[in-house]
Every structure is written in C-alpha cells, then in structure tokens.
Design a protein around this ligand. Sequence first.
Ligand SMILES: Cc1cc2nc3c(=O)[nH]c(=O)nc-3n(C[C@H](O)[C@H](O)[C@H](O)COP(=O)(O)OP(=O)(O)OC[C@H]3O[C@@H](n4cnc5c(N)ncnc54)[C@H](O)[C@@H]3O)c2cc1C
Length: 551
Amino acid sequence: MLDTQFEQGRRFFETWQAWRADPQRPRLLHYVALNQTPPTAPDLASAAGNDPALMLLAHELAGQWLGLLPGFHRFLLNQGQVVLTLCVGDTLNLLRQQQFEADVVTLTLDSADAGSLWTIKALARCCRRGTRLTVRAQNGQGLLDVGRHLSQCGFDLKMPEAATASPEPATLEASFNPRWALKNTRQTAIESAIPVGTCAVIGAGLAGASVAAALARRGWQVTVLDQADAPAAGASGLPVGLVVPHVSADDCALSRLSRSGVRLMLQQARSLLVAGQDWAPTGVLERDIDGEHLATQDIWHPQGAWLKPGQLVRAWLGHPGVSFMGNAKVAQLRQRGGTWELLDAQQQVLCRAERVLLANACGAATLLQRLLQDEPQRAPDFARLPAMHGLRGLLSWAPHDDTSPAIFPPHPVNGSGSMVPRIPIEGATAWFMGSSYQPESQPERPDQDNHLNNWQHLQPLLPELAAELRQKFESGELKHWKNTRCVTTDRLPAVGPLEASDAPGLWICAGLGSRGLSFSVLCAELLAARWGAEPWPVEASLARALNALRH
Ligand SMILES: Cc1cc2nc3c(=O)[nH]c(=O)nc-3n(C[C@H](O)[C@H](O)[C@H](O)COP(=O)(O)OP(=O)(O)OC[C@H]3O[C@@H](n4cnc5c(N)ncnc54)[C@H](O)[C@@H]3O)c2cc1C
C-alpha cells in the first residue's frame, strides 16, 4: 500500500489491524507512507484514540520512533510481517525514489503540488495495471483538476453519481488501466517478483544468516552451508561489536546507509536477543581523534549499542524455513537447467537450489574464479564487481578484575579503535579494545604487536585509561580474538545479482567490511525486496551504491 500522507498514522494503524483480523491475510503487509515531516511519538498515540487494539499497535511503533531525518526509514513490526517504510520529505522527490508497484494507493490533496501532473505521473510509475487509487481532498477541493491528470496518466475514474453536482465529493476512486502498453523501460527499472522457492546460501555469518531469515519470512526454503562445523565461524564470531552509525560532515552515502542499517539491526536485536546479556543499547560516545570527519569533536549516539553477533546469527538460522549445513565447503558452482548445484572438492553435490547467494566474504572471489573457468562468458559481468580484499584484525580483551571497573567509562567509546567495557562473558564481565588493521596480503604481524597497536589507539581515545592499562598491554597476558574482514575498495557492501539477466540465479552479499553489524540487516532487506518486487528499504539512488555490479 502506498499512502502519500502518513499524517499521524491512523490509516496505517487501521490497515495493520484489518490485516491482523483477516484470516486470509497475505504473508507480508508492506505500507509505504510519505510525510513532509514525521509526527511525534505522542502524535502516534493520540492518532490511535481510545481504541485499545490500535493503541497497542501505536505503542509498538512508538518504541522505534527515533532519528527520523529526511529520507526513508524502515520499521519491521509484528515479527517482521508488517513492514512500514516511512519516507520523510517532499512528495514528488520521494515518489521518484520508489522502486515498486503498489496494489492500493491513497493520495491526499493537501497542497497544489500533491495533485499536480508531475506528482500524478510519478504516482503512475508506482502502479501496475489494476492498482486501485483513492484520492482524498478536504471539501473536495482540487478533485476535478486531479481527475483530469489521472485520466491523462492512464487511470479509469469511478466518479460517484454526485461528482458532477456541487459540492464535490471528498474522495475519488480510480484504477490504473492505461489504454497503451506499459513500456519496457519501466519493467527493467522495477524488477518482477519471482515465485518463492529454494535458495542455497554459502556462508553462515551475519551476511548469510540475515538474508536467510529475511527470505524465510517470505516463504523461501533456505539452506545455509558453511565450511565450519558451526555457524559464525568467520568474522561474525566476533565476541562483541559496536552498532553505531558512520558520521561524516557531508553525510555521504556510507553515513546514510549505515544509519538505516543501524535502525534495522537494533530492531532485530530487540526482538531476538536478551538485553544485557547478548546486547545492550548503552549509547556510544564517538570521538573524532584526527578531526577529519566530524564538525564537532565528540558525538553521543544515544541509540548506539554493543552486540554479540554470533548470538544473532544463531537466532536467524533458527527461523522456520532455514536449515544449516556445517562441514560443507563449497568448491564449485554448476548450473543444470534451471537448478544450481553446489559441489565440494570431491565433486559431490552438497546442495541443489533455484537460487544461490554467495555470502562467504572474500571466499566468494575464489568461487567466482572457479566458475569463470567453466563459463568464461561471465567475465564482463564479474569485472563490474568492486575488488574485495581481506583486512586482518585483532581484538585485545581481559576480564575486569576487582580493581579496574571504576576506571572504565560507563559506555563504549569509539574513534580510531573502540573500547567496549562491562561485557558479560564466561560468568564474569570483561573489556574489549579493538581492533588492529593489517592487509591479508602482508605476512601476519605477531599478536603482541597487535596488542601494542591497540594500546596506541586507546591512548588518544581515553588517555587516563590507557596509562592504567599500559602494563597489561605490555605484559603479553591479554586475551585476544582475531579474524579477517572482507573489504571493498569503496568500503560499501556488494549486494545484488552477479549476472545481467532477466532472471538472475546467482547473487552476492559480501564486503561488509568493518561494519557487518550496521549493514547486514539492511543488505538482507534490500535483497529480499528485490526478489519479491517489494518496496525498497532505502531510496533507489542510495541503494544503487550497494549494487554488486556497480562498475
Ligand atoms: C577484529 C574485528 C572487529 C570487528 N568489529 C566490528 C564492530 O565493532 N562492528 C561491526 O559492525 N563489525 C565489526 N567487524 C566486522 C564484522 O565482523 C564483519 O563485517 C561481519 O562479521 C562480516 O560478516 P560476513 O557474514 O560477511 O562474513 P563472515 O562472518 O566471515 O562469514 C563468512 C562465512 O563463510 C564461510 N565460508 C567461506 N568460504 C566458504 C566456502 N567456500 N564454503 C562454505 N563456507 C564458506 C566462512 O566459514 C564464514 O563462516 C569486525 C571484524 C573484525 C575482524
């Protein structure tokens, strides 16, 4: 459903409630609502009025009602089955950034622009043949003009009897049924939905597990294969990581995408994890140590959180419709008719599926190289992928001993490196300081050098704490966790099809870099939206920055 005026949310709550009450409801309800400025959380409550059922829904939404800057904001409600995309800003611009065809549209004429020919043209782009439209106007003002524009843009009007008499009706009904054939350009811009089926995901880390859960929620049967015997064996085995948006003075694509991603990740944490044990929304202090990125020196992220990624990966893999296959290293991909086969090094078929997703970080490049040997015609497509490389990282950590907790900050501090204190682990609490960076192409540095490197980053971040901990870092007694991040040249993940075809079977979600916790859910939502021709979680222009074949 597309609603050009969210107002205070009443229509959304009524639609959500009607969906809940319908025994034949579809699996997902997508509601895309536009608004010049977002209402406040108390506005949402008052929109629900005294209706107890609507009040409950308003309460669920109000819990996530934060940081609504201009742009798209996605809310996963009702266990992820009700998806609200709130788009804040100018109606015409927001309509042009949509990438789906609605079943039902509500157009509210609250200004001259709302009924302009340009707006109706942009609206028609979001309709398929048969889309129903209701136009609402205060006192019926502007309905006649908009009726003319609608006819011109391919809508059949269903004027009530009274429409020609005065006063004009307050609503007008129409359906999209142009007399002309819809152009191909529009079909390529908006991908068509494919029927749900079977999918194999290679890699059981944040990338693979989040996509698996997003697809399973839509009815897909997903097998997630990993070379290790248990999930989260790669970078996603990180004992604790920070969920915090990237900040830049010019609010670049990375910053805007990471903000959307953080919102989605925190929603997943709230619904799937135990607060205080698996994650905590402590807030995070961001210090701009080198003064390069921020206008001010320190920024407080009230929604910043620490999170244990492995817990989330396991929760996602537990979703009905997802099965995990361990000790399954994929060595080769092969297409047989419409089916993909995943083979091990002995040429045994591990799994067959209609679609394959490479979510195995830098391991994806090896599989693609192998596929090129059998199918060299894929070279021009693969050449459009951003280059990916491995960046090693080591996290230094130790339990808080009896004397030390008081000298630690009460919340994580992030800058060049991050200090994350007071994390419950192994029956005690511990602090974590990370993480070093070293290209995988270089010989691996000794662990102790990495500990010292982490200490050097702690110094400008928290000088007094660094002085206290100096001896611990130098002693060689600290514990560590290390792994490799998969980084693209432009530091943005690569998400999308790996072949330029009408029905691509081979997809990728990799290159999450140092921000898997900020990006994994956003990437999964985007990929699932593309498979189902659903509304996208972010503006189309922003989503394009993540396209796998972007060069
Ligand atoms: C030291 C360090 C600190 C970090 N700190 C943070 C942080 O604070 N915040 C944050 O957001 N991010 C952080 N990250 C980054 C984050 O961990 C990653 O972005 C994220 O885990 C990547 O997830 P992934 O699923 O893409 O890759 P991975 O978790 O590496 O998963 C890839 C999986 O593919 C499997 N695999 C590979 N090849 C094959 C094959 N051929 N067949 C079958 N399986 C295969 C591997 O076994 C692995 O399980 C950190 C990373 C490191 C190393």
